[in-house]
Write a protein that binds this ligand. Sequence first.
Ligand SMILES: Nc1ncnc2c1ncn2[C@@H]1O[C@H](COP(=O)(O)OP(=O)(O)OP(=O)(O)O)[C@@H](O)[C@H]1O
Ligand SMILES: [Mg+2]
Length: 638
Amino acid sequence: MSFPVGIDFGNMHSVIAVARNNGVDVLINDVSNRSTPSIVGFGEKQRYIGEDGKTKQISNVLNTVDNLQTLLALRFNTPDFDREKKYMNETLIKFPNDFVGVEVNYAGRLQQFSSTQLVATYLNHLKIMALNDIKSEIKDVCISIPVWYNEERRVALMDACKIAGLAEVTLVDCLTAAAVFYGLTKPDLPELKQKAKVVGFVDSGHTTTSFAIASFHQGKVKILSSDFVKGLGGRDFDRAITEYVADLFIEKYKIDIRQNKKAYFRVMTQAEKLKKVLSVNKSGQLNIECLMNDIDVSTELTREKFEELITPIVVKKLEQCIALTFKRARVESLDSIELLGGSTRIPLVKNLIEERTGIKLSSTLNQDEAAVKGAALIAAKYSSTIALKPIKFKNVLAQNISLYWDKPVPGRHNSVELFSKVTHYPVIKSIFIEVSSDFILAAHNGKRHNVKESISEINHNLLGSWKISGIDPKKHMAKKSEKIHVELIVSCDVSKFVHVEDVYVTVKDSSKSDGKENGLPNYRRIEHLNVETLPISPNHANLTKWSQLETVMVKQDQLVKDTEETKNELESSIYSLRSKVEGVYSDLLDSKEKQYILKLVDNTENWLYDDGEDATIEEYNSKYQKIKQIMNEINTRQ
Ligand SMILES: Nc1ncnc2c1ncn2[C@@H]1O[C@H](COP(=O)(O)OP(=O)(O)OP(=O)(O)O)[C@@H](O)[C@H]1O
Ligand SMILES: [Mg+2]
């Protein structure tokens, strides 16, 4: 049986949960943590992913890629890049379309990876973790993503899922996921005919702070509005501390950590720890041995000073975010505010939210796990394998979506507004347009405008593109005109992807005099047209190649792991046999046999620490089997 899986894809950590046994279980990783660092590192023979990547990060900083969530589909020469580049220690390279990729030293040579590949590697690691736990195939997955992930990032994430072998994937933003969890688990929600309960959700994580206002009835969740601030999260606070101590160290120790990536990174790591100490203490200590030039550094930081450092980063942006979310939601007040994300543990952040909203904060949700649990429940909702308490949820688009088509009727416009920005999705709509023959249809974010040039020129914020065929102008053209009336059935799914579900040629129904019914043109469907979805991902052509490469790299990682395990088994079998020869086997062996065995173990040991230091799994295994065979044979004498 397959179980629905939720993944909260965080920039610092990700969390996996599985919906089963009438509940949701958060999975524990190989070192018993409930969250896994979002990191991929590269080494001489293998990759270091998640916890391994974190452990090796300081010694392998140039070949370790973190911040995967913000790196995905990041482009050079954008405001996002300007903000991100200071957190990137690896060598950055340009992929087609200006996408940022990395160059790392892996398996003895420089190799280049796109951000989609890196995220795919990480998701594959999480998938393997989940597979080991649920011990059956994974079908339904819901990933919670940042509120700010635009179409390009979401398409790239879906590409990464394909490479990682995750098929049925739904994407929802982390606040919606948390709100769904709230809606499914709170017992005291009003009935449908009663006034809705209105709750705010603030998530302040490692890179982003976001705020949503949602209304609740039993079995129904509606996101009324949301807003976010990129560059407002724990990472910015760690950096503020690091910059402060960098100046201090120049003065006190005459070392400039800004000139040494590794030293700077080590201070950032300690700053993060110190920041957490300051959430519960009035002051804390930062100590690092041999930071640069064999100098040990140490300094104290008070909470007051920390707050002084982060106030310029937090106050204005958070105020604006709160004000905008309230304005868009058109509500004056909230019943409560739920806190999510690690950085809402910081007293200054908490106090600010309370002060600026005027609402008492509530921590009834587990701030690190509400989003992933909601994601697992959303995966369960769309799965056929598990029955769930029914819940309907809708999010708000926040941006208009418009449709454009080529082959318009001469002299007529070729665009129409599909959904206004206040539309709640998932949603499906029927829309009528006029064309002159088979056509290409495209959906774009933003307000509709008339396009003079070819629609392929509007490549900004493309949400989907389709080839519609099967029109026979002679047969389908309306009499005495050059128009063909076409009905499009278009939807925006739960992941905010636009789909053309069906297209029909229609004719005016002459039995209705005003030509309209229920506000819609009164047309009769006469023929079903063909819809071909055109790929919009810039990585489309690479996906098969990248999937194959990922499979090869996973096999290589596994081979390195298995080789290491076999080597360890051989090593312990050497010690075990040697001690048994003089111990429990002593009476079972004659002196000639003892001599032979001791010589064999000595030779194997010498080989292991010399030529055999870096041997193949087959070599370790054959020596191990030989020792095991001897032991088995002696055991039969007992
Ligand atoms: N007790 C604490 N005091 C202060 N900061 C904390 C505390 N615990 C965690 N953090 C910070 O919270 C951040 C991680 O939060 P979280 O796990 O919610 O982030 P994320 O989901 O990976 O990132 P994002 O949501 O931005 O993608 C880190 O910066 C971490 O240092
Ligand atoms: Mg998060």
